[in-house]
Design a protein around this ligand. Structure first.
Ligand SMILES: Cc1ncc(COP(=O)(O)O)c(C=O)c1O
Length: 273
């Protein structure tokens, strides 16, 4: 595998960053996961917009958009994959050992790995940990993802592939790497960004392409929902078939099935929606 690191492609074994990189020592960085479809990055423009928003939110200099796009193109060309996870990482660069930033340039890494097509349905779990919708990094896609690592490990322990979190007010928020939609009384609803969830690109596209609406939802909406689905770059729209012990027989239900097919159609029709 050839990886882009700080301005050039390198073989995976030689692609390195400093052990003093602030992304490494304190998680001072931002990232994007982009879907690579037949060698092309899906919705790259939206991902680059979000990368810049996340960087600015951390107080990092805005990444050079043209360089990031060039790096993505070079990595995709050097590593042909049918379906891939294109990962952009952008950190504070070499810095002192504490939380203060140094004056070094930011670090940019772009890599791609082949990924299997996701199953159409998923099992999810609820967890006791919350998203802090009031935190300094709420809504930013930072490399400080250890809370998600812990929650996702809990999901795997329980035979599920995602954990869904509430926020500090007990409202439904998002998954460790996905947004969540529920069908209640026939309406398709998803938590607003004020819940602290990430502004998922798949979420935004589903809001544009279906009649889904944003609504404040208690965490307990998961007990009552007629249908539930997840959205995410590598999940697209994925039906939820089990939440903890509760089975949702027949998943994907009719609203979810329609969202899945609309999403698949629109995605195939336009690589840069
Ligand atoms: C915490 C979190 N929420 C939601 C999402 C879904 O966002 P997207 O649809 O842009 O992949 C992701 C994954 O990227 C995420 O990490």
């Amino acid at each position: 595998m050839r990886i882009w690191v700080n301005g050039a492609l390198a073989d995976a074994g030689e692609a390195t960053v400093s052990v003093l990189d602030h992304g490494m020592t304190v998680g001072d960085g931002v990232f994007e996961t982009v879907k690579a479809l037949g060698g092309r990055a899906f919705a790259l423009g939206r991902h680059l917009d979000r990368l810049e928003r996340s960087a600015r939110g951390l107080g990092l200099p805005a990444p050079d958009r043209d360089e990031v796009a060039r790096a993505c193109a070079a990595v995709l060309e050097a590593n042909p994959v049918e379906l891939g996870r294109l990962r952009i990482t952008y950190t504070g660069g070499v810095a002192p050992l504490g939380s203060d930033r140094g004056d070094a340039a930011a670090t940019l890494i772009v890599a791609v790995g082949e990924t299997p097509r996701r199953p159409d349905t998923a099992a999810v779990v609820t967890v006791p940990w919350t998203r802090n919708e009031h935190g300094a990094t709420a809504g930013l896609k930072t490399t400080s993802y250890a809370e998600n690592v812990v929650a996702l490990a809990r999901a795997h322990e329980r035979g599920a592939s995602e954990a869904l979190l509430a926020n500090t007010a007990g409202m439904l928020c998002e998954g460790t790497g996905s947004n969540v939609f529920v069908v209640l009384g026939g309406r398709l609803l998803t938590p607003p960004l004020a819940s602290g969830c990430l502004a998922g690109i798949t979420r935004a596209l589903v809001l544009e392409w279906t009649d889904a609406e944003e609504a404040d939802l208690p965490y307990s909406a998961l007990d009552e929902a007629e249908e539930v689905f997840l959205t995410g770059t590598l999940r697209d729209v994925q039906a939820v078939a089990r939440i903890d012990q509760r089975e949702l027989p027949g998943a994907p239900g009719p609203v979810t099935a329609k969202a899945m097919s609309v999403f698949a159609e629109r995605m195939a029709a336009d690589v840069e929606p």
